[in-house]
Ligand binder design. Structure first.
Ligand code: ADP
Length: 405
C-alpha cells in the first residue's frame, strides 16, 4: 500500500536536492488507512501506515517524518498516550501531530489533545481538500527545515575547506620560503666578495661549498614546486606516465645521485641490495621520483641512521623496499598518510607539504602496482612497492571504459 515518491524542494530554493517527505498514518482501522492512502495517493509523499501506537514509535525511531496523522481511538495505546510517548523521543519530539477523530471533541478533549502535543485536529469522515491543504503546509515546513539543515552542513563543510586551504597556503609559503633564505645569504656573500674584489682570491674549495649549498636549496625549491604542480595535475586528471624498458637499479642509482648531497647532510648511510637485471616496462622519471620521495622521507624522519634499499623480483613483478630506523608511524596512520596533505607529524617539528606519499601512490597506481608501509612508532619504517614488470594498459583502458558505461 506504500506510495513512495520524491518531493523536489522548491519552497526555499536554497538547496537543490530531492527531499523525501514521509507521512506516518496511525490507525487501527484498515479502512481508515486505505482512505488516507486514496486521499494522498497522487501527492508527492511517501505514506507509511501502521495499525498501532507502538508500531508508530518504531517507525519514528528509524526515520524523520514531516507529519503524523494519529487516530485518537485505538486499543492498548490510544492517540493521546501515543502522542505523549512520541514527545518523549529524541527524534520525533518536534514532529507535528494531527489527531484524527470520529467524534467532534469537547473542549476538554481538544485541550487534552493539545497538551499531548497535537498541532491540529481532523474529523472523520475526512474532508480531502482540507486534509491535503494541511499536509501541504507541513510538507513545506519539513522541506524548509531540511533545507536549512543541509545549508548549515554545506556552510560547515565550506568553512572547513577554507580552513584547510588557508593552512595549506601557509605551509606551502613556508616550504617555498625556507630554501630561499640560505640561497639569498649565499648570493649576498658572493656579491659582497665581488664588491670587495676578493672573489678572485677565494679558495676554490670555499666557492665549491657555497655553490653546493645554493644548489641544494635550488633543488629543494624545485622539489616543492614540482610537488605542487603534480598535485594539481593529479587533481585535474592530467598526471600520466610514459613507459619504456628500464632497469630498476638504473632508477635507484639516478635517485641516489640526485640525493647524494642530502644523504651526506643527513649523515646517513645507504645499503643497497638490488638483484641485478630487474627489467620492467615503466616510466623511468616517475619511478625515479618515487624512489626520491621515499628516500627523502627516510632521510628526514631517520637522520643519522642507516637506510636500506632492497630490490627483488618474481617473473612478473618487481618489489622495492626502503627501510629506515627512524621515528616510525602509528598503525592508525598507515593508510591516511598516502592521502593528499595528510601528515602524521607536527609541522612544528618537520617541514613538508604532505604530498610526497600521495604523489608516490599515484605513480604506483598508474603502473598498476601497490604501495604500503610496515611500521611502528619508534621502530623505523619500511615502504614496500610492488610493480608489475609489464603493466597491461590495454586491459586497464577496457576496464575503465566498462566502468564508465
Ligand atoms: P611530508 O613528508 O611532506 O609530510 P609525505 O606525503 O611524504 O609528506 O608523508 C606523509 C607523512 O607520512 C609524513 O608527514 C610523516 O608523518 C609520514 N612519513 C612518511 N615517511 C615516513 C618515514 N620514513 N618515517 C616516518 N614517518 C614517515
Amino acid at each position: 500500500m506504500e506510495n513512495t515518491a520524491h518531493f523536489t524542494s522548491g519552497t526555499t530554493g536554497a538547496v537543490d536536492t530531492e527531499i523525501l517527505v514521509k507521512i506516518l498514518c496511525v490507525d487501527d482501522q484498515r479502512s481508515n488507512l486505505v482512505a488516507l492512502d486514496v486521499a494522498l495517493r497522487d501527492s508527492n509523499y511517501q505514506l507509511v501506515q501502521v495499525g498501532s501506537g507502538s508500531e508508530a514509535l518504531k517507525e519514528l525511531a528509524q526515520s524523520d517524518f514531516a507529519v503524523i496523522l494519529l487516530d485518537v481511538q485505538m486499543p492498548v495505546l490510544d492517540g493521546y498516550q501515543t502522542a505523549k510517548l512520541i514527545r518523549q523521543t529524541e527524534r520525533a519530539r518536534h514532529t507535528p501531530i494531527i489527531f484524527l477523530t470520529a467524534n467532534y471533541p469537547t473542549d476538554a478533549h481538544v485541550s487534552k489533545g493539545y497538551q499531548a502535543g497535537a498541532v491540529d485536529y481532523l474529523f472523520k469522515p475526512l474532508n480531502i481538500e482540507v486534509l491535503r491543504a494541511k499536509i501541504a503546509v507541513f510538507a513545506d515546513l519539513f522541506k524548509t527545515k531540511v533545507d536549512i539543515r543541509e545549508l548549515k552542513k554545506t556552510e560547515k563543510a565550506l568553512r572547513q575547506a577554507v580552513k584547510v586551504r588557508d593552512e595549506f597556503l601557509s605551509i606551502a609559503s613556508h616550504e617555498l620560503k625556507t630554501p630561499v633564505t640560505p640561497l639569498q645569504l649565499q648570493m649576498e656573500g658572493i656579491v659582497r666578495l665581488m664588491e670587495q674584489g676578493k672573489l678572485q682570491s677565494l679558495p676554490a674549495e670555499r666557492l665549491k661549498v657555497m655553490v653546493a649549498i645554493s644548489k641544494a636549496q635550488v633543488m629543494r625549491l624545485c622539489r616543492v614546486i614540482d610537488q605542487l604542480l603534480d598535485a594539481s595535475r593529479i587533481g585535474e586528471g592530467r598526471f600520466s606516465i610514459q613507459t619504456e624498458p628500464v632497469h630498476l637499479n638504473e632508477i635507484i642509482s639516478s635517485a641516489l645521485e640526485q640525493l647524494q648531497l642530502a644523504i651526506d647532510a643527513a649523515d646517513c648511510t645507504v645499503r643497497l641490495e638490488v638483484e641485478p637485471g630487474i627489467l620492467g616496462n615503466w616510466d623511468r622519471f616517475k619511478l625515479e621520483q618515487l624512489v626520491v620521495n621515499l628516500l627523502t622521507n627516510a632521510l628526514k624522519y631517520s637522520p643519522g641512521r642507516p637506510i636500506a634499499i632492497l630490490g627483488s623480483s618474481t617473473p612478473t613483478q618487481a618489489v622495492l623496499a626502503v627501510t629506515d630506523q627512524g621515528i616510525g608511524i602509528a598503525p592508525e596512520d598507515h593508510v591516511r598518510i598516502f592521502e593528499r596533505f595528510e601528515r602524521a607529524v607536527s609541522s612544528k617539528n618537520y617541514g613538508g607539504l604532505g604530498l610526497g606519499l600521495y604523489i608516490s601512490k599515484q605513480i604506483v597506481r598508474l603502473h598498476q602496482g601497490e604501495i604500503s608501509v610496515r611500521s611502528e612508532p619508534g621502530k623505523g619504517a619500511t615502504f614496500v612497492v610492488k610493480l608489475p614488470k609489464n603493466p597491461d594498459f590495454e586491459l586497464q583502458e577496457r576496464q575503465e571504459c566498462q566502468t564508465n558505461l
